[in-house]
Design a protein around this ligand. Structure first.
Ligand code: ZN
Ligand code: ZN
Length: 107
């Protein structure tokens, strides 16, 4: 896995800026897809979400997906509140789908 090229970093900044603007408009889903740094693990896992999630326990170590993330899906809950979800190729669609469902449910 190679490091980011300057062009990818530039492109990522542009995409992130656009998503930040979109976060100010609730009719748009403020998502940005950027290249991962090649060192971050995929954030996908099958653990239950919500108050019963084992992730609420700081000592919990999720087995999740051991694959290196290819892309980072960034979601802007507010213009200055960003959540990043690194995703491998296999789980990219699932992660985007889960964010879309969560965003739709919070409206
Ligand atoms: Zn988990
Ligand atoms: Zn994965």
């Amino acid at each position: 896995m190679s490091a980011r090229t300057p062009l990818e970093t530039f492109w990522s900044d542009q995409v992130l800026a656009a998503a930040r603007d979109a976060a100010a408009d609730p009719s748009l889903l403020p998502l940005a897809i950027t290249a991962a740094d090649g060192k971050t693990r995929c954030t996908w896992c099958d653990c239950p979400d919500g108050p019963d999630s084992p992730h609420n326990n700081p000592a919990y170590r999720c087995t999740g997906c051991p694959t290196t993330a290819r892309q980072v899906v960034s979601f802007y809950a507010r213009p200055n509140l960003r959540y990043d979800y690194p995703a491998c190729e296999q789980h990219y669609a699932e992660i985007v789908g889960q964010i879309v469902r969560a965003a739709a449910a919070s409206r």
